[in-house]
Design a protein around this ligand. Structure first.
Ligand code: SF4
Length: 747
């Protein structure tokens, strides 16, 4: 450790040795890769001394990146040609993965807000003592449940698991959630109810093998560009169907685009199911043997005749017929969805409507098929299984006494340490702040002051907290700027661990650069907090990320996500990542595996379930005062979520507009007397923003689109939540548009 750390001598010796070890070196087994798949000829000054491979730290695709090292530090990245995910390709974010590490606004030391209200640099010892004292005081005064945490899908799985164990088993915290609530909660609930476990069934090879691909509320061209590359490698001349109100980049490439009315997708899929049943285009043998509830579903969808559905969705009866026929004639039909489905007031039932279509046509468990949720963040899947928030570690259940016993045994802790209740969800934690029930909040590697729905309300609530701690790479995020204490964290490339990608593939991240100043990997910040809190003895076995990976294996034993057959980190390197499950004793003879090939689902009877409910009215329909519907989504492949990292890259910044823009239909623009690049004011019942008008028929009349990456976008969004997943419905709220160019209006 550096000379700043006199405090360091006061922490236990066992921890000192871990910290010295961690701070001292990069990942051990970095190696030089040359030869036919190596680097070719480079100028001497650019020739790296070593190259290693790690998975990218942005999206859930989980591309393998070569990290080129010189003088013990990474100098560049390039896509790994042999990694089974990306096969030598990367999007702009992957090429620029190292740039965010070198930004001048890195948090290089802890900062504590002083009496004058200024954030002031302090040593770790002060920061950790303050953290402990303030949160323990709040708990003593208002109860254990008065301190909560909000975490992320961006940390390594080992870090998430340690955080979840520390908070819930060590610190007595009951309520903690992740920003995965904002993107994946709907898919989790949909899968659990339908399959008996949160189990995306596919492998990326399915993109290449389908002859019909249905994308719903998904724009992989820019949101998951390397997955889209896999679609482009499909040699079956596939039909590509895009269901999206907006003419997205993916819709432009599709063979069929169904531009339905926003949030009418549930009705549309019931209409398609109606036709499939009507014509007998179902796999009755599969349904009889392997599913429950399909006969009730058949009765239910009788009400969704083509004329009814056409009226509600804007998709005419011929298109409906065509859609059903394509599914029927497809030999390998795959259904893919992402945020357009998940971020909805009825997202779970919509996702399950897609699952129902896959099940009723037998398009599951075979090559090129599946009801496939594409995940968002690089480690959203790790969070779903191991963050100890919604589920007890390893996909277990807090409410199940057997599960609590099992986890206590694996972790060598008293069962009484494990809460017997579920956590509040993200929105309930925010509501808890409003009601004064949550008084202390620890925010780790996420930025709710930008990303949470109905932003102005949240900003007020954060100021209401007695103590707000932000743990992040940067001291400049919107949330860090209002924190009482900032803990400086290492970023991707500066620490070790594993991520789990969309197709369930566990891959490694590596330390190829030293974190600036006294910033530490989140893993070691959690270790230090455990020591200062007085519960470090509960986590003695969590010595390092790799030691913790061995704990994760034991936690997974006997679960659908069993990974006891993965020996160690080296084995992950050897195979280019490994998909779960891989139980002990199973030989890994193929590294592209899908679930349910044996048609056995995870419910006790082995059968899948049909779930359905009547579509609910749009929560905020348009009216005279707010006559437009605002759609939100990804802007470009160079932007990532709140842009905390992507805006640090001068290269990426050149690939997207810096100022807020709104896509407006040209006919609406004419009616509003708005011209291209005019400034317009968009107003909702919750706030307003000004944006540059981009006139394009990508949006239908009466609709607008603004990318989610700008902090002001969520001034407008409407706080509605899916009742089953509690995921926010970011996608469609009522707004008004006014030109800000007064002169033209006067003419
Ligand atoms: Fe990284 Fe995703 Fe881009 Fe691949 S597609 S390089 S994982 S951001």
């Amino acid at each position: 450790m550096s000379k700043h750390v006199s405090w360091f001598e006061h922490i236990p010796h066992s921890l000192q040795s871990i910290m010295r070890q961690w701070n001292g070196h990069l990942t051990q087994e970095l190696h030089l890769q040359t030869g036919p798949h190596g680097l070719g000829k480079l100028p001497e000054r650019l020739m790296p001394e070593k190259v290693t491979t790690a998975v990218c730290g942005f999206c859930s695709t989980g591309c393998g990146l070569h990290l080129h090292l010189k003088e013990q530090s990474a100098i560049n990245t390039s896509p790994a040609a042999q990694y089974p995910v990306n096969l030598g390709k990367a999007c702009p974010k992957g090429w620029e993965a190292l740039s965010p590490l070198h930004s001048t606004d890195r948090a290089t030391t802890p900062y504590l807000r002083n009496e004058a209200g200024q954030l002031q640099a302090v040593e770790w010892d002060t920061a950790l003592k303050t953290f402990t004292q303030r949160f323990q005081d709040i708990q003593a005064r208002y109860g254990k449940e008065s301190v909560a945490f909000l975490s992320t899908g961006q940390m390594a799985t080992e870090e998430m698991a340690l955080l979840g164990a520390l908070t819930k088993f060590g610190m007595g915290i009951v309520h903690g959630d992740g920003n995965t609530r904002q993107c994946m909660a709907t898919a989790v609930v949909a899968y659990k109810q339908a399959f008996g476990f949160d189990a995306p069934p596919y492998t990326y090879q399915d993109f290449e093998a389908s002859d019909v691909l249905v994308f719903v509320g998904a724009n992989p061209c820019i949101a998951h560009p390397i997955m889209w590359e896999r679609v482009c490698m499909n040699r079956h001349n596939p039909k590509i169907i895009v269901v999206d109100p907006r003419r997205t980049e993916t819709a432009m490439y599709a063979t069929h685009h169904y531009a339905l009315n926003p949030k009418s997708d549930l009705m549309l899929f019931y209409g398609v199911a109606h036709l499939l049943f009507q014509y007998g285009w179902i796999d009755e043998h599969f349904l009889t043997q392997h599913a429950q509830g399909w006969e009730d579903f058949r009765t239910f969808v009788q009400a969704y005749s083509p004329d009814v559905v056409a009226q509600e969705t804007g998709i005419n009866m011929e298109q409906l017929q065509e859609f059903a026929e394509m599914i029927h004639h497809g030999k390998r039909v795959s259904f893919w969805w992402t945020m357009g489905v998940n971020q909805s007031h009825q997202g779970v039932r919509t996702a399950q409507a897609l699952i129902n279509l896959a099940l009723m046509t037998g398009n599951i468990g075979r090559v090129g098929t599946g009801a496939n949720s594409i995940t968002g963040q690089c480690n959203a899947m790790g969070s779903r299984l191991f963050s100890n928030t919604t589920n007890l570690l390893g996909g277990h259940d807090f409410l199940n006494p057997e599960h609590r016993r099992k986890i206590a045994n694996v972790l060598h802790i008293e069962e009484s340490h494990i809460p017997q209740a579920n956590s509040w969800s993200y929105d309930q934690i925010i509501e808890g702040i409003e009601l004064g029930k949550i008084r202390g909040l620890w925010v780790i590697a996420t930025n709710p002051a930008h990303s949470w729905i109905h932003q102005s309300q949240l900003s007020q609530l954060l100021n209401q907290l007695d103590f707000l701690v932000v743990q992040d790479m940067y001291h400049t995020t919107e949330t860090a700027e209002v924190a009482d204490l900032i803990l400086p964290a290492a970023g991707w490339g500066e620490k070790e661990g594993t991520f789990i990608n969309s197709e369930r593939r566990i891959g490694r991240i590596k330390k190829v650069s030293k974190a600036p100043g006294v910033a530490l990997a989140d893993f070691y910040i959690f270790k230090l907090i455990a020591e200062y809190w007085g519960c470090g003895h509960l986590f003695w076995e969590w010595e390092s990320p790799e030691a913790s990976f061995q704990i994760l294996k034991r936690l997974s034993k006997g679960q659908p996500c069993d990974i006891t057959g993965i020996k160690d980190y080296a084995m992950l390197d050897q195979y280019g990542g490994i998909q779960w499950p891989l139980p002990e004793g199973i030989v890994l003879d193929c590294n592209e595996r899908r679930l349910f090939e044996n048609k056995q689902f995870y419910h006790p009877d082995g059968k899948a379930r049909f779930w359905f409910d009547a579509p609910q009215p749009h929560p905020e329909p348009t009216d005279v005062e707010y006559p437009f519907l605002l759609l939100t989504g990804r802007g470009t492949s160079a932007q990532w979520h709140t842009q905390t990292r992507t805006q640090k890259s001068s290269v990426l910044r050149k690939l997207y507009p810096e100022d807020v823009y709104v896509e407006l239909n040209p006919e609406d623009a004419t009616a509003l007397n708005v011209q291209s690049n005019d400034t317009v004011r968009i107003t909702s019942r919750r706030g307003h923003l000004e944006a540059r008008a981009v006139l394009h028929a990508t949006v239908q009349r009466g609709q607008l689109f603004i990318p989610m990456h700008y902090p002001v976008t969520n001034q407008l969004t409407h706080p509605t939540f899916d009742p089953h997943s509690r995921q926010p419905a970011y996608k469609a709220c009522a707004v008004n548009v006014e030109s800000q160019v007064m002169e033209r209006r006067m003419q």
